[in-house]
Design a protein around this ligand. Structure first.
Ligand SMILES: *[C@@H]1O[C@H](CO)[C@@H](O)[C@H](O)[C@H]1NC(C)=O
Ligand SMILES: *[C@@H]1O[C@H](CO)[C@@H](O)[C@H](O)[C@H]1NC(C)=O
Ligand SMILES: *[C@@H]1O[C@H](CO)[C@@H](O)[C@H](O)[C@H]1NC(C)=O
Ligand SMILES: *[C@@H]1O[C@H](CO)[C@@H](O)[C@H](O)[C@H]1NC(C)=O
Ligand SMILES: *[C@@H]1O[C@H](CO)[C@@H](O)[C@H](O)[C@H]1NC(C)=O
Ligand SMILES: *[C@@H]1O[C@H](CO)[C@@H](O)[C@H](O)[C@H]1NC(C)=O
Ligand SMILES: *[C@@H]1O[C@H](CO)[C@@H](O)[C@H](O)[C@H]1NC(C)=O
Ligand SMILES: *[C@@H]1O[C@H](CO)[C@@H](O)[C@H](O)[C@H]1NC(C)=O
Ligand SMILES: *[C@@H]1O[C@H](CO)[C@@H](O)[C@H](O)[C@H]1NC(C)=O
Length: 874
């Protein structure tokens, strides 16, 4: 089976391919499936390949203390899994070659080994740098670079990987047949680096399948390394299972042999796709100065037949996403094609100046040659001159068959330039220019406002043939259609140009069709604006005003009423108002009967009446642009009952919420109130307070739904304050309360008698509340919030009216002392007791000789007066 491929040039003209067959049986004695490398002349296909005899020996043995020990194991060593060639030099490696490090050790290490030929496959030397006296994990990939060999040992140093570098010259010099441990002069190897690089190959369980490629990706003059870890595992999308998706690491060489990982790493997307099984530097495939690389994913693709992904290099590494994906095309057989198991690139096999790629498909014993197509570096430019179209300046003419009309026009020119390496002499392009293209896609019905002058078409398709390295320009003119044919003068007119290579152009002399560079800008866009009547900056700031008068103020139900409304529309802003319309939604009661045409100035206006579903509307064109002169408009209606009228731009409302509290202050306790232990009637609980809320729409716009929300405190200072009794409504109202009304089921007085007192036009709500506690200083504060929710118009105003109001009701203390009546007998008894006490006191003082003192009288009386008072208080 095809496993690894390499190119080598042996004569000036004949190209040969080296094909590694790592599972092939060989003539080596006692070695099973040792692996071979075949040489296949390119000119004769792969049918006449011959084996290259790098190593004819079987497993070698060693004599230590008369004991004969087998020290190496070549069976299943996968010789030919890596084959590299450069000039006359060929290197082929066996990554699964085992070496018994210590003769008495029961186990052996996978150290790998390589064979090198520097003289066109005439003589061969062995090079096995990992075969040392101490334990080593080898298994490696190899590279050629300027007479040096770079070996990658990914298993070394806890999977950080190791690079070994030696010159081919020194390897050949150091070689001595039958010596196992050789020291190569000048051989350098990377040493263990700091811990952060550990686990670079985390989750990787197939070290032997590591692939290594070196190429200068970022064009800094130093070879960078690309390492494939096809069995890399990561958590699947469910976060639980581990998925083997594969990964490719990119290490940029910053200083000689100092490699820095480029993040993020490239990750495979398909479980078991083996992304990174093979890598091939492609050279500069797209001729952008940066080398590109192919990554094989031999079990990728929907059919698991294998994919090859092409990644482009750039200044900071490899692109994150592939720019091209190659898929093998085989009938799905019992075992997978493994397209992309081996890759080799960076050789221009067909001599068209672009490096080609060979993809090996392990499962179907095939190698496919992909020839790189030449890349065209093309760019286009588009210019409109001038970019402001003045409709007044009609300098061009168009003929529509019968007559010639003057139109406004602008110059349109576009240029195309193309260059590239190894291209055919003539390049064919198709250029497409679309005028006012966006307008067409936005609205199917809208017309394209500009056309090409010569074709009177909105698009132009042109085939251009030009020389490689040339530049071609094309000048034409476009014109603005006459004013009546379109309405939108405000939005810009976009002109777009896109181009592609002409699919019908002839092939190059290698039989290949060139392609446009990957990053080519295919689409360019320019815009033109129609000159408006809006001053220097061409920006209009209209300010529309409307006044409405009716010819009567009263209507009668049931009558065949007719009403004429006079609208007076004005534009008080700067410049014209484009596409100005008066939009009117008719209420169900009104029927449109026409525009009054008694005044000459009114006849210029056109109005259209539309009835769709339940909505009937009238749209009148106020001009495009609407000038500053007032536009009077008289519209006649027949109606049954006229409720309101509005226009899209001119909603106007007067919403006035009013609240009345009855009474406007509250006395507590109410006169003649007695604390009752069994609450039965509403009077038992306290004073009555009624709030009347009224929301009036004074029009003229109609409201189909609005909400009034009331809030009153039911408790104050830790005590119950209000007891909501009922909500009395009048008119089409739906009220709800999240507090139970009349929770004690008290008998409520005659509500009908009360409500007919308050008649309101729109809606009203009575909140009938009673207090049963009183506070010396308290203000009852209720709030009412209203919002308009819906309006019966197709175009509702952005800001719907809303607002709030408060109602304050002072609650006052009603002189509590006067309420305490002291029975008469208690007063008489108290007076009698007081007199008795006074008589007793006088008697005592008399006995003590108090009244005999000279002039002490006033003071004694004061004391006498004070004493009884103090005692009565006590
Ligand atoms: C195959 O190659 C050998 C030399 O490797 C040559 O002698 C022989 O003629 C070739 N056969 C064909 C059919 O080309
Ligand atoms: C592509 O062409 C432009 C000029 O048209 C040139 O400036 C640019 O360098 C070219 N790019 C490549 C990659 O050749
Ligand atoms: C040319 O004139 C004839 C008669 O006036 C009219 O029917 C026809 O539509 C006109 N054609 C165009 C393209 O305007
Ligand atoms: C448009 O092109 C014509 C020649 O095709 C030229 O005379 C004229 O000056 C150009 N107009 C502008 C505004 O560039
Ligand atoms: C231009 O773009 C449109 C839409 O993507 C495409 O259909 C058309 O083929 C393109 N034209 C050219 C000349 O590439
Ligand atoms: C026409 O209407 C304008 C504006 O309302 C008014 O000034 C003018 O007198 C009217 N003319 C007639 C003939 O009614
Ligand atoms: C009219 O009714 C149809 C079907 O019920 C609906 O699809 C359409 O949107 C309505 N049009 C308007 C302006 O409401
Ligand atoms: C009030 O609500 C009821 C039920 O939700 C509904 O049937 C009735 O039409 C509504 N009345 C008004 C005037 O919205
Ligand atoms: C009553 O409704 C208002 C507003 O929805 C809410 O803030 C309040 O908590 C509600 N009260 C009760 C007792 O559910």
């Amino acid at each position: 089976p095809v496993f690894a491929l390499s190119f080598g040039v042996y004569c000036a003209l004949i190209v040969s391919i080296l094909i590694g067959a790592p599972k092939a049986n060989t003539s080596q004695p006692n070695v099973n499936e040792g692996g071979s490398v075949y040489l296949c002349p390119w000119s004769q296909g792969q049918s006449n390949c011959s084996v290259v005899h790098f190593d004819n020996e079987g497993d070698r043995r060693f004599h230590v203390n008369d004991v004969d020990v087998q020290v190496e194991f070549k069976s299943h060593q996968w010789f030919g899994a890596t084959v590299r060639s450069h000039g006359n030099t060929v290197l082929a490696c066996a990554p699964r070659y085992y070496w018994r490090t210590e003769h008495d050790a029961p186990f052996s290490d996978v150290t790998g080994t390589c064979y090198l030929s520097v003289d066109n496959l005439k003589t061969f030397v062995e090079y096995a740098p990992c075969r040392t006296g101490s334990h080593q994990s080898g298994g490696f990939s190899c590279l050629f670079q300027d007479g040096k060999i770079v070996l990658g040992g990914p298993g070394s140093f806890y999977w950080q990987g190791q690079l070994i570098l030696a010159t081919t010259k020194e390897i050949v010099k150091a070689y001595y047949p039958s010596y196992f441990l050789l020291s190569v002069t000048g051989q350098i190897q990377t040493h263990q680096v700091q811990g952060s690089y550990d686990d670079s190959y985390l989750g990787e369980h197939g070290p032997l399948l590591h692939r290594l490629a070196a190429t200068d990706i970022n064009n800094d003059g130093m070879e960078d390394l690309v390492v494939g870890a096809p069995m890399f595992m990561q958590r699947g999308s469910d976060g639980l299972r581990w998925e083997e998706v594969g990964r490719v690491y990119v290490y940029l060489q910053r200083r000689p042999l100092l490699f820095e990982p480029r993040l993020p790493h490239l990750g495979g997307t398909q479980a078991f796709g083996r992304f990174g099984s093979s890598l091939a530097p492609l050279g500069d495939l797209n001729q952008d100065g940066f080398n590109d690389i192919a990554i094989g994913c031999p079990f990728g693709g929907d059919d698991q037949q294998g994919l090859v992904l092409i990644y482009n290099g750039h200044a900071s590494g490899l692109m994150d996403m592939p720019t091209q994906t190659l898929a093998g095309q085989w009938a799905s057989g019992t075992f997978p094609a493994s397209f992309g198991y081996a890759l080799r690139g960076n050789k221009d096999l067909d001599h068209n100046g672009y490096p080609d790629l060979i993809v090996g498909a392990f499962g179907v014993d095939k190698a496919v040659l992909y020839r790189a197509r030449p890349i065209v570096n093309a760019s286009a430019s588009l210019m409109l001159q001038p970019t402001m179209i003045n409709p007044e300046e009609k300098s061009c003419t168009v003929s529509n068959g019968n007559e010639t009309i003057s139109v406004s026009c602008v110059n349109l020119s576009f240029c195309l330039s193309a260059n590239g390496k190894h291209l055919p002499a003539d390049l064919g392009f198709v250029v497409e220019v679309q005028l006012d293209h966006l307008k067409q896609t936005q609205k199917e019905s809208s017309v394209r406002r500009t056309l090409f002058l010569d074709s009177q078409q909105p698009s132009l398709l042109k085939t251009i043939t030009m020389a490689n390295g040339g530049r071609t320009c094309h000048d034409t003119r476009i014109y603005l259609r006459s004013e009546g044919e379109f309405r939108d003068k405000l939005s810009p007119i976009y002109v777009t140009l896109n181009f592609s290579l002409d699919p019908l152009a002839s092939l190059d002399h290698h039989g290949l069709r060139p392609i446009l560079k990957y990053q080519t800008t295919h689409l360019i866009e320019q815009k033109a604006q129609i000159q408006l009547d809006c001053g220097e900056d061409n920006i209009c700031v209209p300010d529309l005003k409307l006044a409405v008068y009716g010819d009567r103020t009263e209507v009668y139900l049931g009558d065949d009423n007719s009403l004429t409304l006079t609208f007076n529309a004005r534009n008080e802003g700067e410049g014209g108002a484009y596409e100005a319309e008066l939009y009117m939604v008719l209420p169900p009661e009104a029927d449109y009967s026409g525009i009054a045409r008694n005044n000459q100035s009114l006849t210029q206006l056109t109005c259209s009446y539309e009835a769709e579903n339940q909505t009937r509307s009238l749209v009148c064109d106020l001009g495009n642009p609407m000038k500053s002169a007032p536009i009077p408009l008289e519209i006649m209606f027949h109606y049954h009952v006229l409720l309101g009228m509005s226009t899209a731009s001119f909603y106007y409302f007067v919403l006035c919420p009013t609240v009345v509290s009855r009474p406007d202050k509250l006395l507590f306790p109410p006169p003649n109130w007695r604390m009752s232990h069994s609450l039965q009637e509403e009077q038992d609980i306290g004073s009555e307070i009624q709030h009347v809320y009224e929301l009036v729409n004074n029009g003229p716009s109609m409201i189909s739904q609005s909400v009034l929300e009331l809030r009153c405190p039911l408790r104050a200072q830790g005590h119950d304050l209000l007891y909501p009794v009922e909500i009395i409504t009048q008119g089409p109202l739906n009220c709800s309360s999240n507090h139970t009304l009349n929770a004690l089921k008290l008998k409520v007085g005659n509500t009908l008698a009360r409500t007919h007192v308050h008649m309101h036009r729109c809606m009203q709500a009575h909140t009938h509340t009673r207090t049963h506690l009183a506070y010396k200083q308290y203000v009852l504060e209720c709030s009412a919030q209203y919002r308009v929710k819906n309006m019966p118009y197709a175009i509702a105003p952005k800001l719907k009216p809303s607002g709030s109001t408060k109602i304050l009701t002072p609650v006052m203390w009603n002189k509590p002392e006067s309420q305490y009546i002291v029975p008469l007998w208690i007063i008489i008894l108290a007076i009698l007791a007081g007199l008795l006490l006074l008589a007793l006191l006088i008697y005592v003082l008399y006995k003590m000789g108090f009244f005999k003192r000279s002039n002490p009288y006033g003071t004694a009386m004061e004391k006498a007066q004070l004493k009884p008072q103090a005692s009565s208080e006590a």
